[in-house]
Ligand binder design. Structure first.
Ligand SMILES: C[S@@+](CC[C@H](N)C(=O)[O-])C[C@H]1O[C@@H](n2cnc3c(N)ncnc32)[C@H](O)[C@@H]1O
Length: 742
């Protein structure tokens, strides 16, 4: 029977659930949460979330948020995107062996997560300024809110222990069995932890089944899940995801949410440290900054933890038997601090016992509703931190002085008003004219902030109007920044939405230049303020070098390369000198335009860039080129179905898959490499490259912790592929002249 829930529109409809009282309670909590959210944000009406079991669709009506200028995704688009979510998890292969009831429950849990994403949607606005359009943002959203559910489902993958039954719980309460499906090391860890547990002097109770909200637990962390939370198993096999828990660590934690197959918890006290724990270099780490979750782990252990995540995803989702043998050691980042060329900080202003606390900062770990003001961030350079401090001073100044304009949001009566600047983004690179190191400050303004004044405006606006005052304040803030930061190339103002909530994405230069230059692999890239660019420039060169090695492009320059999801064309252009032609496909118009400019500026005449949505199969049928090598670097949602079909049918000799999400990458890999599903490829190796030290990845800032390049060679490989790809030293020829891994 189809069960449709109309959340928030009608409480009565919840009764449709009838028998599922636990779910009912969950829903009520979600409802209250959402209503509280609406109260706090003073939105005019509540949200509607509909979930249809039979069709496995989830719909979030974010229309009201759109109207209030707080959301990113148009309702119609979101509907389509959300509909894919549960199906995606099914496709990921993690639920295929679950019972129908488990699947139903899990799908339902994911739909509940969807209902909660209204808050994430709002936050994403501030954290994802570089994501070009709503469509893409929607795609980015999917893994954001499905991760904990996905991770929990991964734990239920075939080969693992069944979800606890009464019998197995009784057995495990006396002699806890190590959960299956874990690495040898993890199993050993679990066994030792279990015995450590029984000897433990601490008397924190460990429930046999699911804990209750607020329970204090004593836990042992076995690994880190994609998303950064520590994976801790209760002796019954029940999974608890704990913020900042490190593998091998023994700790106490308080349960913050309970689902059927997993719970989340907040770390309270460390009982036994990770053997490689270090003091976090940044003071904000202790304050609960959600930016770097691994700063208290020695870098070498961070790398091992990330490798392990890639192995786990390959094994559990990709069903790759020799996952450990195929994943190479992660390539470390030479500069594990101050490596980012772009950071975004959100304005926060909160009443605290000590008065109003105002600043720009990041979300707190495990608490998406609070922002921690940041004085200085260890991931960006000193100049970028100086810019952050200058703008913070302006936001804190109660009134303007000759040297410091005020961006204060406190009105005359002490009530907080709308901030002029909601978010700050600092980018670093080279000055477009001089080529000297330079920065760009991007001030993301509220919808009511007008474009900078033109000469005519000043005459037509009545003196003393809000409009003139806002324009004057923005100008003086820009001048102050240019004065205080000599290397600043420019200051721009970005208004994403107008007062009617319509996306306008207006960029205006307030001072200096609006462009910045980046160098990559010996090429120059001009960046518009909002253009996507890899945020760790040095490590990007390392990664692109790995892509070139994995692709094994023939040395005679005779091959055609296809770069799917090419962005501004950086991969295609950096490999162009080795190829006869390169073709890039990308859906964002401005990125395609940037790619064309970048080709021209670097005198690359054999590059083509096409605008196209790879979710549409027609795009790939009209390419007009037969590629020898395909590279894909999709967003976190992974490859679109038409791309998978195209790859299965095309005659490309090699395919290199760059990904920032090991789970979706492993899912796609399975489709491409599994003979039973018609996958013609064989996985050669996986090379993780650590792009984001100190972080597990920071999805809400669009910062990724690792990129795994899957080099997949098809059975149609040529001799030249053998010779170039043999750099791995692990290839042999099969009777058809193909290369594969023994
Ligand atoms: C992870 S970025 C990779 C960009 C580029 N390879 C780079 O390293 O700078 C993914 C890109 O895929 C694009 N994209 C997302 N969905 C797409 C789709 N359906 N069709 C084509 N491009 C898409 C995004 O706009 C984004 O530029």
């Amino acid at each position: 029977m189809a069960k449709t829930l109309d959340l928030l529109r009608s409480r009565d409809s919840l009764q449709h659930l009838g028998d599922a009282s636990a779910v009912h309670v969950e829903l009520m909590r979600t409802l209250e949460l959402a209503q509280e959210f609406y109260k706090q944000t003073r939105l005019p009406s509540t949200q509607t979330a509909t979930y249809n079991y039979e069709q496995r669709t989830a719909l979030l009506d974010v229309h009201k948020e759109e109207q209030c200028g707080q959301s990113l995704v148009a309702p119609a688009e979101y509907e389509g995107l959300a509909a894919q979510l549960p199906q995606q998890a099914v496709e990921a292969g993690v639920m295929l062996d679950a019972t129908a009831e488990e699947r139903r429950q899990n799908l339902f849990n994911m739909a509940l997560d969807d209902a909660r994403t209204s808050q994430i949607v709002q936050r994403l606005d501030r954290w994802e300024p570089d994501v070009g359009n709503a469509h893409q943002r929607g795609r980015v959203l999917q893994p954001v809110h499905s991760e904990p559910a996905l991770a929990a489902l991964v734990a239920l993958a075939p080969g693992d222990q069944d979800p606890p039954t009464h019998q197995s719980e009784q057995a495990s309460s006396t002699t806890p069995a190590p959960p299956q499906g874990l690495s040898r090391q993890e199993r050993a860890d679990m066994t030792s932890s279990s015995s450590a547990h029984s000897r433990s002097a601490h008397s924190v109770p460990v429930p046999a089944k699911a804990p209750k909200l607020g329970d204090r637990l004593e836990l042992e962390c076995s690994s880190i899940a994609f998303g950064g939370q520590g994976v801790c198993k209760l002796p019954s096999g029940y999974t608890v995801f704990c913020e900042r828990a490190l593998p091998g660590e023994r700790l106490t934690a308080q349960v913050t949410a309970v689902k059927k197959s997993f719970a989340t918890a907040r770390k309270l006290e460390v009982l036994r440290q990770h053997s490689n724990a270090v003091d976090a270099p940044c003071p904000h780490f202790q304050e609960g900054c959600g930016g770097c979750t691994m700063q208290n782990l020695a870098y070498v252990s961070q790398l091992r933890a990330k490798e392990q995540q890639v192995v786990e995803a390959l094994r559990r989702i990709g069903k790759v038997e020799d996952a450990e043998g195929l994943v190479r050691p992660a390539i470390p980042c030479e500069q594990p601090l101050h490596y980012r060329n772009k950071m975004s900080f959100s304005l926060t202003s909160q009443q605290s016992p000590g008065g109003l606390s105002t600043g720009f900062g990041f979300k707190k770990v495990g608490d998406a509703s609070s922002t921690l003001p940041i004085a200085s961030c260890h991931l960006q350079d000193d100049t970028a931190n100086h810019i952050l401090r200058c703008l913070t001073t302006a936001a804190q100044s109660p009134s303007s002085t000759s040297s410091m304009p005020s961006l204060s949001i406190r009105g005359k009566d002490g009530v907080m008003g709308q901030p002029l600047v909601k978010r700050l983004t600092v980018r670093s690179g080279l000055h477009p004219d001089s080529g000297a190191p330079a920065h760009l400050a991007i001030l993301h303004v509220s919808p009511s902030v007008p474009a900078p004044a033109k000469a005519d405006d000043a005459r037509s606006s009545a003196p003393g109007t809000d409009k003139l005052a806002m324009q004057a304040t923005m100008q003086s803030v820009a001048q102050m920044l240019m004065r205080e930061v000599p290397s600043l190339a420019g200051v721009v103002q970005h208004r994403e939405l107008n007062t009617a909530g319509k996306r306008v994405n207006q960029v205006h230069t307030l001072a200096g230049s609006s462009k910045l230059q980046q160098q990559l692999c010996g090429l120059n890239f001009q960046l518009s303020p909002l253009a996507f660019f890899q945020t760790n420039s040095k490590q990007t060169e390392v990664m692109y070098n790995e892509v070139a090695l994995a692709a094994g492009i023939a040395q005679d320059g005779s091959e055609h390369l296809l770069d799917l999801y090419c962005g501004t064309g950086t991969i295609a252009l950096s490999l162009a000198s080795r190829c006869k032609s390169v073709t890039g496909v990308e859906s964002v118009t401005s990125a395609v335009a940037d790619a064309k400019v970048n080709a021209r500026e670097n005198n690359i005449t054999h590059a083509r860039f096409l605008k196209g949505d790879l979710a549409q199969s027609s795009v790939l049928t009209k390419l007009g080129v037969t590629p020898d090598v395909v590279v894909a670097d999709p967003p976190r949602a992974g490859l679109d179905s038409p791309v998978i079909e195209y790859l299965k049918g095309c005659s490309a000799r090699s395919f290199v898959y760059v990904s920032c999400n090991p789970a979706t990458q492993a899912r796609d890999l399975r489709k491409l490499c599994d003979e039973r599903t018609g996958g013609p490829y064989e996985l050669q190796y996986v090379q993780p490259v650590d792009m984001f030290p100190q972080t597990h990845h920071i999805e809400t800032q669009r910062a990724f912790w690792a990129l795994g390049g899957h080099s997949i060679h098809s059975p149609t490989s040529s001799e030249k592929a053998c010779s170039s790809a043999a750099t791995s030293g692990r290839l042999i020829s099969n009777p058809f002249g193909a290369v594969y891994v023994k």
